[in-house]
Design a protein around this ligand. Structure first.
Ligand code: F6R
Length: 332
């Protein structure tokens, strides 16, 4: 499992050959990303990467079985499912087919690829035999490549290449940092505190610790955190929390806010560890943080003696979903 993370720089370098393989001729009103879990988080990453680009179409992240009502002919819809069989994502896909011609599929296999071929919908195939969560950079790079080749660039090919070089150059440091974080969370309930600019990294980290280490996790996003959650700590909490504060946004205000959060947790006596995101830009920082936190969740799984690969309860949920699949496709 550790290998599936440590391979990121080399594995994803192969993906760069797909860059430019799909180039869309569309000026969308909005770009909608549909997907669940490890595939759904890709939408959050595109949201974060595009958030500050002036004039960029709004990015909408859908982690549901229904498309938002506004989606129509002017919008571009990405359907992302590593397995290609996730029923919520398939339901969104079927609804999208009725609303717009601008659809692109990202999957490794499954119904989505079958239907893409049947219906002549552009798609990018992600390598098989990975777990969805470990294919984060593969799926992200597939989308960044399409956007860049479609005059909707948020990351250039050069930046994408440099980010992989950067990741390869910090692997040893990443492994060390991941081990320290795993130790910090051992026998405690992780609380991951991020700034809004990196909210998706917080979600991603939570999902990683949930799925790999089998632990519940709390994510807090600053400054919203300071308008509600902060008060929750005024009570006398008996739970063994363990706080991780993620720094690294390159604006001073954000740093001051994160420092406030860090000091607040310390002042009330909670164990705090900080993670400073390295990297020359948001993509590098996101990959750096994702790799550290993914590895940390695998190391924590080892410490708990649990199998990081298995996700039995997701299977239990998906089996239930199959039973109601006809209803699911009718809601649209
Ligand atoms: C992550 C994981 C899940 C899936 C989710 C959706 O590794 O196993 O979060 O990503 O159940 O499945 P896919 O990604 O196949 O659409």
């Amino acid at each position: 499992m550790e290998d599936l993370y440590l391979q990121w720089p080399e594995r994803v370098r192969n993906q760069l050959s797909n860059w430019g393989s799909i180039s869309l001729n569309v000026r969308p009103r909005s770009i909608v990303f549909c997907g669940m879990g490890g595939s759904g988080v890709i939408g959050d990453y595109v949201y974060m990467l595009s958030y500050r680009i002036k004039g960029y179409p709004p990015v909408i992240v859908v982690k549901d079985y229904r498309l938002p009502g506004f989606v129509g002919t002017e919008d571009l819809v990405f359907i992302i499912s590593y397995s290609g069989n996730t029923l919520e994502t398939l339901a969104c896909f079927h609804e999208a087919l009725k609303r717009t011609k601008n659809i692109v599929i990202i999957a490794s296999n499954g119904k989505l690829i079958e239907e893409a071929e049947e219906k002549n919908i552009p798609y990018i195939l992600i390598p098989q035999n990975l777990l969805p969560r470990t294919a984060l950079p593969d799926m992200l790079y597939a989308i960044l490549g399409i956007l860049d080749s479609s005059k909707l660039s948020i990351v250039t090919l050069d930046e994408a290449r440099k980010a992989l070089d950067f990741l390869a150059s910090v692997l040893d440091q990443v492994v060390e940092e991941a081990k320290v974080i795993a130790e910090h969370f051992y026998n405690r309930i992780p609380v991951i505190t991020v700034s809004t600019s990196f909210y998706g990294l917080g979600i991603r980290a939570k999902n990683e610790f949930n799925e790999n280490a089998k632990v519940p996790v709390k994510v807090e996003v600053v400054p919203e955190w300071a308008h509600n959650d902060i008060v929750g700590w005024e009570g006398d909490s008996k739970y063994p929390w363990s706080i991780l504060v993620i720094h690294g946004v390159d604006d001073n205000v954000s740093e001051l806010l994160m420092e406030f959060a860090e000091n607040y947790y310390k002042q009330i006596g909670l164990p705090v560890k900080t993670l400073i995101l390295s990297g020359a830009n948001t993509l590098e920082k996101l990959l750096y943080g994702s790799l550290i936190l993914g590895l940390a969740s695998v190391y924590l799984a080892k410490m708990y003696n649990v199998n990081p690969v298995e996700t039995k309860s997701i299977t239990q949920y998906k089996n239930m979903l199959h039973k109601i699949s006809r209803e699911l496709d009718r809601v649209g």
